[in-house]
Write a new protein. Sequence first.
Length: 393
Amino acid sequence: MTVPGFKVWGIHCGIKKDGRKDLALIVSDREAAVAGVFTQNRVKAAPVLFDMARIRSGKGQAVVVNSGCANACTGKRGLVDARTTAEAAAAELGMRSEAVYVASTGVIGEYLPMPKVRIGIETSVGLLSSSGWDQAAEAIMTTDIYPKLAMVQEEIGGKTVTVAGIAKGSGMIHPNMATMLGIIVTDALVAAPLLKKALRDSVERSFNAITIDGETSTNDMVLCMANGAGGNRKLAAGSKDFKKFQACLDTVAQSLATQVVRDGEGATKFVEITVRGTKTPKAAKEAAMAVALSPLVKTALFGEDANWGRIMAALGHSGVDMDEAKTDITIGKMKLVEKGLGQGKAAEKDAAAALKQRDIKILIDLHKGKAEATVWTCDYSNEYIKINAAYRS
């Protein structure tokens, strides 16, 4: 995977004790437009606060990401360390410190080992490569099982434009403006305000439509850099070219988001939940998310039990306008509930067979309107408890 005008790398600098990679560097060869979406958790990590202030300029050229230490709940020292990280990278790269953003993920309440971070940055700069995306994706992982990458290319304005990204996330995943860490880059030429709109729209349809455990991190952020190296005409809002770009951004964001769900801590099932028949897409999403968040639904999915009553109960407390006498529930191809009534043990048996698959689709029709929305989640397994019980040990 390569993106014109970008070089990246990932190394082990010593933050993690087990030798796994823990520092990534993503660099554009020219100043880029930058947009970001950040956690709405009231407790925000130092790098989130740092980037939220910096991104007002709409410009940037590099991102430093560390894993293994969240640099959250670290007070003034945490902010100083975030700034020092950016300054160290800028000095090594020969650019303004204002052009560097930082991101962190890992254990909350611990300070960054800055001597190791500085050495890691110096080493990474010497290894930067246009084909270093696999190393960078690996370096931002924490409890993830595998790295997450996505790329798409499209002809826009007579030029081939690339949109690509990496993400991390496995636990503490629930949408709230952003979810986990995601770095997306493109060689498209697009102004920062329009990039911000495009990113927000993409995040709403992807990262904000997934949940693993209902937890919103202190460090969630998605950053996007657009450096214009593709040579396309500058994108204009509402144009056919911009719509093509938006579709590319949506594809990459949704791919990364669903990879996060598939890699959910201890997950054995990937579940797509679609709610249709509401008055607004917002209502459909709220209903779908209520089902996706239900521990009873998620444990039933793990147990391969077609217990549709748990789905109905979750819908009922979602706050969405519904009438159980109009509600249909389908798992796979089997309609379990029609107009609020179960369709018998034979239907449950067929649905249970569908639940044995790795990928599961649940369709809910409330018959109250024409809007719909889809969210993605996973099951709760015994392994999820084991992973999180031993997270710091």
